[in-house]
Design a protein around this ligand. Structure first.
Ligand SMILES: CC(C)(COP(=O)(O)OP(=O)(O)OC[C@H]1O[C@@H](n2cnc3c(N)ncnc32)[C@H](O)[C@@H]1OP(=O)(O)O)[C@@H](O)C(=O)NCCC(=O)NCCS
Length: 156
């Protein structure tokens, strides 16, 4: 068993977070994208730390749109990216990052959160479903390589 904690992202974490993003996901971004999200919603950008190293992150955006649960305009939280290094998975870190990310987004007044996930990404879908996210619809050809995404949503 290893010991880990979740804390707010700091600028000094940028290199580690970008490295985890590159190791874990095909969707990669320039540093301005990470810092832009940090400036936009610092309370919803979190890292997981184990033995003084960053081993996971979640970053989110606050958006406005029509509710997935009705027809009214609402503030929505968007989980833009989350990853945990392979050797640190299945220890509850992903779950804790999402829970803390949602708590952070609620501080900005969101009533629901959503995310996109590859249809074949069973581990991630399992985590989201365990946290009460539901598949709302299929986004055809959402990813650059043509794979479809599920749009998953949750009221918070
Ligand atoms: C998705 C991800 C963040 C999950 O992180 P994690 O720290 O392993 O998640 P947790 O330990 O909190 O898992 C919680 C539960 O989800 C389910 N789950 C997680 N990984 C699973 C897997 N590989 N297969 C089946 N179920 C899985 C299990 O029910 C698990 O609980 P359990 O370990 O007690 O059985 C991680 O797999 C990851 O970084 N994947 C690569 C990046 C990625 O796909 N990000 C999401 C893009 S949308």
């Amino acid at each position: 068993m290893s010991d880990w904690t979740i804390r707010l992202f700091e600028r000094e974490d940028l290199k580690s977070v970008m490295s985890i993003n590159q190791q874990c996901l095909p969707e990669n971004y320039p540093n301005s994208f990470f810092l832009g999200l940090f400036h936009h919603a610092p309370r919803a950008f979190l890292v997981a730390e184990a033995s003084s190293s960053i081993v996971g992150y979640i970053m989110c955006r606050i958006e406005r749109g029509i509710s997935s649960f009705g027809r009214l305009p609402v503030k929505k939280g968007h989980i833009v990216s989350i990853a945990v290094l392979p050797q640190h998975r299945r220890q509850g870190i992903g779950t804790a990052l999402i829970e803390r990310g949602i708590a952070g987004m609620k501080e900005y007044g969101v009533a629901e959160v959503f995310l996109e996930v590859r249809k074949t990404n069973e581990p991630a879908i399992a985590v989201y479903e365990s946290l009460g996210f539901e598949i709302k619809r299929v986004l055809k050809g959402y990813y650059r390589d043509g794979e479809d995404a599920y749009l998953m949503v949750k009221q918070v």
